[in-house]
Design a protein around this ligand. Structure first.
Ligand code: N2P
Length: 349
């Protein structure tokens, strides 16, 4: 008699209360870039519901935030974009004391040039940008950007090539093929790269960063400029699909978990964001995440729990010789206006 109504009352309040207490966290992420079970686990442990929205390039993410969009709590910019966002005051400073799992990272990731001593962000995944192909078409892997950028070769795959819908990635690959820095600010070099891209545009199926792996699976495209893990996602569906880092070199990147300055202005949002960052950095969760997305983890403590096939796969964890051919994108300062102009020219043509 005494306990019955009290129990009922408690359950009700608890259920409603825990949702309110836990609250919602808005996570602005690249597509297919988290193991979905992690959301359920996080909610079970913290009561916090994560709502994910996707962006498809750093420039999209930047445009969204710089134009004053609010509400995003945690975002995932790459290296050079972190530097730009810090400069623009878009990111919160990190208090490392609120991140219990921060010690789990490989030392190579803890003092990145784009964010000294992880002052603003934690590394999330890293990977490379190379070429996805289908072994049905090849005796030897297409180990050169020439298969995409040389019109003589590209025409063999007319209408079956996709490039990332990503200005810095496409210019980066073209510049590397031409033997220039992927972050050049030289207008003549950029003009050359633009003309190279325009020269093969008629053979391009699409500029795609979201569903290009599906296009490979369906066979609609046969060559894709793409991000390592996304191509492996396609490989899981069709074992003829593979990924290569071309001999001229390629881009590598580190994507980062950053709390927006907007979220930091609200103590409750900020607290949820710290919980999310720390959860993703827990060794078991980081391992689970890499085992699902097939991108390399910066989390050293996770290594024991990562699938050995992933750890020993040179296209995911490149060997030293390959590593030497990789470069990060850097900020290009005001030259970014040249990139935007030429990118528009490419897309409009
Ligand atoms: C995952 C996208 C990888 C992010 N679909 C590239 N920086």
């Amino acid at each position: 008699m005494l306990t019955e109504p009290a129990d009922e009352g408690e359950v009700d309040t608890d259920e409603v209360g825990s949702e309110e207490e836990g609250g919602i966290l808005y996570f602005y992420n690249w597509s297919e870039y988290i193991a979905p079970d992690i959301y359920t686990q996080f909610e079970e442990e913290t009561g916090i519901i994560v709502v994910e929205e996707n962006f498809f390039s750093n420039e999209d993410l930047y445009a969204r935030l710089v134009s004053g969009a609010t509400g995003y709590d945690v975002i995932v910019p790459s290296d050079y974009m972190v530097a730009m966002m810090i400069e623009d005051g878009l990111l919160a400073e990190l208090d490392h004391n609120r991140l219990e799992n921060i010690g789990n990272l490989y030392p190579t990731f803890t003092n990145p040039p784009f964010d000294p001593n992880m002052g603003h962000c934690l590394p999330y995944f890293w990977g490379t940008s190379g070429i996805g192909f289908n072994w049905e078409d090849w005796d030897e892997a297409p180990g050169s950007w020439a298969y995409i950028f040389d019109p003589e070769l590209a025409q063999n795959f007319s209408g079956q090539i996709s490039l990332l819908d990503d200005m810095r990635e496409v210019f980066g690959a073209a510049l590397i093929y031409l033997g220039y820095s992927a972050s050049t600010t030289d207008e003549a070099e950029l003009t050359e790269a633009r003309d190279l891209i325009l020269g093969i545009k008629e053979y391009i199926h699409s500029f795609e960063s979201n569903t290009y792996e599906d296009l490979m699976i369906s066979g609609e495209t046969r060559l894709s400029q793409g991000w390592s893990g996304d191509i492996f996602f396609a490989q899981a569906e069709d074992w003829n699909i593979d990924y290569i880092i071309p001999r001229e070199g390629a881009l590598m990147w580190v994507d980062n978990l950053c709390i927006t300055a907007d979220a930091a202005a609200d103590p409750e949002r900020l607290a949820r964001a710290y919980q999310w960052l720390d959860f993703l950095n827990r060794p078991d969760i980081a391992a689970q995440n890499t085992n699902w997305v097939w991108y390399a983890s910066p989390n050293a403590a996770a290594e024991d729990m990562i699938d050995p096939d992933i750890l020993s796969y040179p296209a995911i964890y490149p060997d030293e010789e390959t590593f030497a051919r990789l470069q990060y994108l850097g900020s290009v300062g005001d030259a970014i206006e040249i990139y935007y102009r030429m990118w528009t020219e490419i897309k409009m043509e």
